[in-house]
Design a protein around this ligand. Sequence first.
Ligand SMILES: NC(=O)c1ccc[n+]([C@@H]2O[C@H](COP(=O)([O-])OP(=O)(O)OC[C@H]3O[C@@H](n4cnc5c(N)ncnc54)[C@H](O)[C@@H]3O)[C@@H](O)[C@H]2O)c1
Ligand SMILES: [Zn+2]
Length: 334
Amino acid sequence: MDIVATLGTEKTTIHLTSVQVVQDLLPQNAVLVTDENVAAAWPAFADTRKTIVVPPGEGSKRIPTFERVLESLAEAGADRSTPVVAWGGGVVGDLAGFAAGSYMRGVPLIQVPTSLLAMVDSSVGGKVGIDLAAGKNLAGAFVAPKDVYVATEFLATLPEREFRAGMAEVIKYGFIMDAPLLDTLGGDLQPLVARCIALKVRVVDEDPYETLGRRAILNFGHTVGHAIEHATGYGPVLHGEAVAIGMVVESRLAHLLGLAREELSSEVERVLAQHGLPTRIPEGLTPEQLLAAMRRDKKAKAGRLGFSLVSEPGKCTLVRNVPEEAVLRALSNS
Ligand SMILES: NC(=O)c1ccc[n+]([C@@H]2O[C@H](COP(=O)([O-])OP(=O)(O)OC[C@H]3O[C@@H](n4cnc5c(N)ncnc54)[C@H](O)[C@@H]3O)[C@@H](O)[C@H]2O)c1
Ligand SMILES: [Zn+2]
């Protein structure tokens, strides 16, 4: 099955397929960029094309690795028609995507996501980039992949904890825009992943360059989640885990603001806990500390806090200028 999406004027085809088909369909002259874990888990795949391997982890989304990827493309003899294949999780997708967008002012990008998060989120939507010392994702661009090949077979080697973290984003789609999806979480992965991609495509198509605010609905759980990641120094709490906790807190906030029933947060909590995700703020983090981290976040425009809040499963609204007292109360309650 294929899903066709547009990013502005550019067309992306998302193919839901098998590892074998991906291997066969990738252009022979493509250069793969991946990390050590993915290359080790899928050696036969890595052997089919020229492959640039970077260390795993967020630390590779930095200028030194970005430079290495660009230099390696040059050494591999890549020219303006050589496709770059971002084969890995979100780190590889963002790094290799940015490299594809800048090498020789842009070569074709193909995304082959291997983590659940990359399949349902980062490989679709055209945002690529790297981190600066000043903050995450501060250098980047919109680079639409020509093709995204999604083979859920790759998930067989994904560590369990990473899989669960990706499920947090799947659950997020259910709560923000597709309540019936929440009843299919335990079922087959391929249709579940396809459904999440279709939802992301719908949002991205409406707001490809994030200028209308529509895309911000995807931030449910993320305002608080980013604060947790920031306050814990990016590492001990995975992004999806932080988002899970954030969704619980933000559901409580929606209730405090009179937007949602009180039961919403326990419902969110129940679904997350069923999938082995954390729902409580880690010990040692204070509400004040998290609020300070939120104020710093680039998404807090002009010092005001904005949230994507769920009013009932499947429906969400963007709320700006949320009073800090309400945020502190929602954070205190866990
Ligand atoms: N561009 C976007 O729109 C967007 C959206 C969301 C997140 N992101 C970015 O994505 C990154 C997080 O992505 P992630 O959660 O995929 O992390 P990741 O890329 O670090 O992958 C998680 C871990 O799983 C390993 N791994 C991945 N696939 C594997 C497989 N099939 N088998 C074995 N191991 C595998 C990786 O080596 C890594 O250790 C962050 O940098 C975040 O900023 C970008
Ligand atoms: Zn996320």
